[in-house]
Design a protein around this ligand. Structure first.
Ligand code: ADP
Length: 636
């Protein structure tokens, strides 16, 4: 029989399959099962519209049989089948397959991606087979045909006898090599695993002959023997491998928590139950079912580059992508789960996904859903939300800061900070609700830990006067606040800022103005000594017990530290102002040195105070030797 040639494009795709170094060859089974399921769909609906053929939905099924001796794997269905012409057109040409269209250049890396991301249908079977036979009989026809091919050099078609309508595909697997073990696709456990993984939710039964064992009856005498081991008979029985109804298609009330939890743990390899399960059935412009999980623990690699966010994407029950990143914004990257939509085609490409209207619309709705579920948890189950926030709050704060603060607004009600007055995490809305009537700003303070911040000199006066301060203990915190800028029209203000916007009483104002005037020469002298280190030296309005502290304008010292610690971080400098406590005994000492015109002493004191302010900030002092020497000289 003369061999027919594949159409040029098909030949190229075929070549790609045959020489594939793609590691996920196992997807061929998903492709073939999905074709079988489609064929059954077609026959089912055709017959429904024609008044029925006596077959019920349960009568349709897909069968898998492995023959280790012959090295064949047979997949058969009682779907619509193909006529001779269809066989020719469908398997000889990839007429409308999108797979090749967007692939212009023959780049190996790109090829691998194509196989992985889109699924390339029937031809993927050539990744594992040296010979493929397709026997098929179309619904309504009395003739059956056989198509056979060993690969790129063509195919044959001949008429055969076949009793039942439907299609049978026989794959003869490639011989095993050092690198590849094709025989595994003949093993029951492996087939079972593949069917469960990729095709569990195909709506028709996928049946396979599986090995079963029954114990052989033993006499009491035999059992009593010391070396007795139970004996088993093996036999074979057909079993439905897939569960057929996707858990995400079911109503939440029909599924137990345990079922959801088990599904989550099995599918997403977590050993702990999820913190929250979100079930969503949406119909409208886009229709989809989504099943989402918020993990109760941080995946071990979560805050590393290895972690890959994304939801599984199904098209009518068939898995088309394992981690579809486009469905989740980075800041909700911790969410796991899946989306199933009938509006998506099975062969959609990764590039096309990003611009796909449906995917974009689904992603937007999913984001809103996650957000509202989190808000709900925050309101109704604060403990749970706090536990969640402990795990993933950092991610939310990064989300506020990333992309130039583009998403800060969306996240502002989800983030929380430790409050000086409540001694626990609070939201901005709670803070603003408690603000004093004359309070202009939302105050925050940055430091390594809650304990350290509570001891900061800059914070003393604010706390004393009963202002609430939010504690920022994470590097990203201040950047996140700066991205948001305001909450409810209230600006954020660091306690280290020069201007805290607190009105003094007339009396206090007069007294401090007088004191500033009185000491202006001393301040000028100090500023001159420290001119390379600070932009100003002034009498402090906020210090009570501490002698000195820094305040800043614009970039804060915390930001300076964080930015400079970054690998690419440049040489960022905050504008420091040295604030001196005019009521502290050291101030008297400064005054005495100044009045005695002892310039050397004044310089020594100024340097010491500057270094102390650095130490209080947890910053390194520039010259520890000089500092130590100064202290010693003062002591002896
Ligand atoms: P796709 O499924 O994306 O169209 P495939 O290469 O997987 O691409 O299959 C090509 C065509 O062959 C299918 O569209 C279908 O018409 C036909 N086909 C494949 N498998 C079967 C089957 N089991 N029964 C009937 N038709 C089939």
């Amino acid at each position: 029989m003369a061999k027919k040639q594949f159409q040029a494009e098909s030949k190229r795709l075929l070549d790609l399959m045959i020489h594939s170094i793609y590691t996920n060859k196992e997807i061929f089974l998903r492709e073939i099962i999905s074709n079988a399921s489609d064929a059954i769909d077609k026959r089912y609906f055709k017959n429904l519209s024609e008044g029925g053929n006596g077959l019920n939905r349960e009568d349709y099924s897909i069968h898998i049989a492995a023959d280790k001796e012959k090295r064949t794997l047979t997949i058969s269905d009682n779907g619509i089948g193909m006529t001779e012409e269809e066989l020719e057109n469908n398997l000889g040409i990839i007429a409308n397959s999108g797979s090749l269209k967007f692939k212009s250049e023959n780049d190996v890396k790109e090829d691998i991606d194509i196989i992985g991301q889109f699924g390339v249908g029937f031809y993927s079977a050539f990744m594992v087979s040296k010979d493929i036979v397709v026997r098929t009989k179309a619904d309504g026809s009395d003739k059956a045909y056989e198509w056979e091919s060993q690969g790129a050099d063509g195919y044959t078609i001949k008429e055969i006898e076949k009793a039942d309508v439907g299609t049978e595909i026989v794959l003869t697997l490639l011989d095993d090599t050092d690198e590849e073990n094709y025989s595994e696709f003949l093993e029951e456990y492996r087939l079972r695993e593949l069917i469960r993984r990729y095709s569990d939710y195909i709506r028709y039964a996928i049946r396979m002959e599986v090995e079963k064992r029954t114990p052989v009856e033993a006499t009491e005498e035999e059992k009593a023997k010391e070396d007795y081991t139970p004996q088993y008979d093996t036999y074979y029985e057909e079993e439905t491998i897939n569960s057929m109804v996707p858990i995400w298609k079911k109503n939440k009330s029909d599924v137990t928590d345990e079922e959801y939890n088990n599904f989550y743990k099995e599918k997403y390899y977590d050993y702990a139950d999820p913190a929250k399960v979100v079930v969503s059935h949406v119909e409208g412009v886009v229709s989809y079912d989504a099943l989402l999980f918020f993990p109760s623990q941080v995946p071990f690699n979560y805050y590393s580059k290895e972690y890959q966010k994304g939801l599984q994407l199904y098209s009518s029950g068939v898995l088309i992508m394992d981690k579809c990143e486009d469905l989740l914004p980075d800041y909700f990257g911790f969410v796991r789960g899946l989306v199933d939509s009938q509006d998506l085609s099975l062969n959609i490409s990764r590039e096309m996904l990003q611009q796909n209207r449906q995917v974009i619309a689904i992603a937007q709705r999913i984001e809103k859903k996650i957000s509202s579920e989190l808000m709900d948890m925050q309101r109704k189950d604060r403990d749970k939300y706090e536990a969640f926030y402990k795990n993933f709050g950092l991610q939310l704060k990064f989300g506020m800061y990333e992309k130039y603060g583009m998403n800060a607004d969306k996240l502002k009600d989800l983030v929380m900070f430790y409050s000086s007055s409540e001694k626990k995490l609070v939201t901005f809305s709670e803070y603003v609700g408690r603000m004093k009537t004359d309070q202009k700003y939302i105050y925050y303070a940055c430091g390594d830990s809650v304990e350290k911040i509570a001891r900061m000199p800059q914070i003393e006066m604010l706390l004393d006067q009963g202002y609430e301060v939010l504690f920022c203990t994470e590097d990203v915190d201040e950047f996140a606040l700066k991205s948001l800028m305001k909450y409810d029209d209230k600006e954020f203000r660091s306690v280290a800022e020069d201007d805290l916007g607190i009105e003094q009483s007339e009396e206090a104002k007069k007294a401090s103005e007088a004191k500033t005037e009185e000491n202006k020469d001393l301040m000028a002298a100090l500023k001159d000594v420290l001119k390379d280190k600070v932009v100003d030296v002034k009498l402090s309005a906020r210090l009570k017990n501490h002698p000195v502290c820094f305040s800043t304008e614009g970039i804060s010292l915390e930001m300076e530290k964080v930015l400079n610690a970054q690998p690419m971080g440049g040489d960022v400098k905050a504008d420091k102002i040295l604030e001196i406590n005019g009521d502290h005994p050291v101030f008297e000492a400064l005054k005495r040195a100044f009045e005695a015109k002892d310039d050397a002493k004044l310089k020594k004191y100024a340097d010491l105070l500057y270094d102390q302010a650095l130490l209080i900030e947890g910053m390194p002092i520039e010259d520890p030797m000089a500092f130590s020497k100064n202290i010693c000289e003062l002591m002896v």
